[in-house]
Design a protein. Structure first.
Length: 110
């Protein structure tokens, strides 16, 4: 959603990803996730987020807790980028090890 920094209103009522007709709790969690993912969003499915503030706060706390655990455990290490003289990121790849799996490669499909 970073490509839509001005997105304020989104309606997903007939979209299959929308759990509006399944369960109120699931739908409230769905709305809370969208409120966190798209901070510029004012309405989702034609209604504002006033009634969803408790779910939004709960989801935000859960996300912050996950991030703290990942950072605290040293879980995900960052990989430094190498930039060449052109300023473009240079990525070096190593070739996969070859293996002889006993397949006769001389046979061709007809």
């Amino acid at each position: 959603m970073y490509r839509c920094p001005s997105l304020e209103h989104l309606n997903l009522m007939k979209n299959p990803c929308n759990p509006v007709f399944t369960n109120q709790t699931v739908y409230s969690q769905f709305r809370a996730k969208f409120a966190l993912w798209v901070p510029t969003l004012k309405t989702l499915d034609g209604t504002n987020f006033n009634d969803d503030q408790s779910f939004i706060a709960k989801m935000k706390a859960q996300e912050q807790s996950k991030m703290a655990r990942v950072k605290g455990d040293g879980g995900l290490a960052t990989i430094p980028e190498e930039k060449g003289s052109s300023g473009v990121k240079q990525v070096s790849y190593s070739s996969l090890p070859s293996r002889d799996d006993g397949v006769d490669k001389s046979v061709k499909a007809q």
